[in-house]
Design a protein around this ligand. Structure first.
Ligand code: CP
Length: 366
């Protein structure tokens, strides 16, 4: 019988972050609270530079060498299309071979091996484990468990239960950056004073109680002074008290709202989310009326001309396909941005992000 390490969620956030970081850098990437403003800005710049470099054959060849000496494991035992494929593509961009486990019934877990021993086994063959798991604290517990082993490798959280999805939040921030920036120079400029989010109103809409992407993105947006956040959901699906307390402590301007048509005209970005009914106990959310929480075609005349429409996807009826070819639909861009942001994150974790920066300034500094 395996003993799972104590649940770190009971520790203060500052202590949890200290356990996940090394030498003032992120080592394991588990929580959105690990990212400060400087790091978010840095990773958005590295993402932008990577996509530019990858566009030329010589640049793609350069990128293809920088992690060719490492190996990644994609341990995804909860369904995924985008996160899995964009991490796989990011590994390919950086030349890092990868393997996967997507179905535990094909592993020795069917012979009674614990998930903990499975992760210990993975750590012997690979240099990083990128993990999606249905339990909230599992990735963090595995990170702390590996910290005590003779061979320690980073764990990246690709979605943990209802709790967090930090790499999705990073690609969402990068997408918003691209929407709010006026030029390429704006996107790659190293200027700690610039705040592209100042004065912007961003609404989260839908199942905010159980949407891990919203929770992680809300944490990241506290790093931007003068942003205004609206949480638009039926009472029973409103954002968690823990996030509200964090927003209060961070002195963020926010409001809880209960009707999308009432506020949609004020928004610079709307972040739509689907009903997360896989977390229902007894089909209870089937009874909730979501008609006031859907971006329908009838709302179009009320939208700002430069609104950014985001959705982590997959979607259901909350986002009308009417918007799919509208230039304000940024949910297609989010997916591709995810490949670049996840490339930047992998480069950062293995400390080769500086090589991308140097390459960019050698070839593209015009
Ligand atoms: N946004 C997201 O996590 O999508 P997948 O579940 O398809 O990975």
């Amino acid at each position: 019988m395996d003993i799972r390490p104590e649940d770190p969620a009971n520790l203060p956030t500052r202590r949890r972050v200290r356990l996940l970081n090394r030498d003032d850098r992120l080592y394991h990437v588990i929580l959105a609270q690990q990212f400060d403003r400087e790091l978010i800005d840095h990773l958005c710049r590295i993402s932008e530079m990577t996509r530019i470099i990858a566009d030329a054959r010589a640049g793609a060849r350069f990128l293809n060498t920088i992690l060719s000496h490492k190996r990644a494991m994609l341990y995804f035992i909860q369904p995924s299309t985008r996160t899995y494929l964009s991490f796989a593509a990011a590994c390919q961009v950086l030349g890092m071979p990868y393997n996967d486990v997507r179905d535990p019934s094909t592993s020795s877990e069917v012979k009674g091996e614990s998930e903990e021993d499975t992760v210990r086994a993975l750590s012997q063959y690979f240099d990083i484990v990128i993990m999606r798991h249905p339990s909230e604290g599992f990735a963090e517990q595995m990170a702390n468990m590996l910290n005590g082993m003779s061979r320690t490798i980073p764990i990246l959280n690709g979605g943990s239960g209802k709790d967090q999805h930090p790499t999705q939040a990073m690609l969402d921030i990068y997408t918003l950056y691209r929407c709010f920036a006026e030029s390429l120079a704006d996107r790659v400029r190293q200027d700690p004073e610039r705040n592209l989010f100042a004065g912007k109103t961003i609404a989260f809409v839908g199942d905010l109680a159980r949407g891990r992407t919203v929770r992680s993105l809300a944490y990241l947006l506290t790093r931007y002074p003068d942003v205004r956040l609206l949480f638009v959901a039926p009472e029973s699906l409103q954002i968690g008290e823990d996030i509200v307390e964090y927003l209060d402590r961070s002195e963020v301007d926010y409001a809880l709202k209960f009707d999308l048509p009432e506020v949609v005209g004020e928004c610079d970005a709307v972040y739509m989310t689907r009903l997360q009914d896989e977390h229902d106990q007894k089909g209870e959310s089937g009874k909730i009326d979501l008609s006031r929480f859907s971006l329908t075609r009838e709302l179009e005349p009320m939208l700002k001309k430069d609104l950014a429409i985001l959705h982590p996807l997959p979607r259901r009826q909350e986002l009308d396909t009417f918007y799919d070819t509208d230039p304000r639909a940024k949910y297609w861009n989010q997916m591709r941005n995810g490949m670049w942001m996840r490339s930047a994150l992998l480069a950062y974790v293995f400390n080769v992000d500086g090589a991308i920066l140097d390459h960019y300034y050698s070839y593209y500094n015009f």
